[in-house]
Design a protein around this ligand. Sequence first.
Ligand code: OAD
Length: 279
Amino acid sequence: MTPDSADAVAPSSQAIDRARALLAEARRVVVFTGAGVSAASGVPTFRGAGGLWRSFRPEELATPEAFARDPRLVWEWYALRRALVAECRPNAAHRAIARWAAAVIARGGSAVVATQNVDGLHQRAAAAAEAEDRIPAAPVLALHGSLFATRCSRCDWRAPEDDRDGAHVAGRPLDLTARETLPRCPRCGGLQRPGVVWFGEALDEGMIGAAYDAAARADACLAVGTSALVHPAAGIATAAARAGAAIVEVNADETPLTARATVSIRGRAAEVVPLVLGA
Ligand code: OAD
């Protein structure tokens, strides 16, 4: 796709029709999402108005160095985010993506949902759609991990199950009184840490590899609610564009991806995504 083919307009019915036609034809799809897809569920974004990085410094909360310096502060921040997100539900965008991706697979195509979000809302929407429609869900690749997962900061131990609230870590009550009361690895005694990817850390190789493979094969990529600034995830949509896929972007603001998009629609994900997916 050339930059000239971008069609960046307010959500006009023309742009929505064009996006809908491109996506209806697609047989091999990759959906690439960021925080904006969960905004209508009440999950704060990172950048832009009301974004978490407007009020908090990522280097104090979301790096391995920050955890080594003050693990209690980092756990406090993640416990708050866990508690907030535990109250959130998938919105119309998550639901439409889950149904559409499963339908593409059901008619013999391929689909993956690659998300930078750690809120688990795509996975919950996929499970709900699978239970309701009785067709297998498309895989969700959680590129930056999960807010509700816990692992060891020293060895490769991982909690067997995800937590469901902000008050528990690896199934046990979280005691934030002091560094000494923080949860410890049952295997090596190292500090347990949130199962998310922090700045400066590598993504799971298998997962980012699967997302790039899907992008390289895709005939369409739907990018929703991401500033497309954080690499390597941000390269997924551009990899799909390089492979000749049609790029449909749905975002509240322009992003570095806008110029490469076949159709770029300015709007709210929960309103626009169901329209472009014909839900
Ligand atoms: P950002 O907060 O950087 O970007 C969210 C994008 O969604 C912005 O472009 C907003 O304009 C747009 N947006 C906001 N509300 C929207 C809505 N209702 N509908 C559609 N679009 C909306 O979030 P990400 O791109 O996900 O990483 O950020 C990428 C990574 O940076 C995150 O995974 C996180 C963060 O730091 C780590 O913590 C490692």
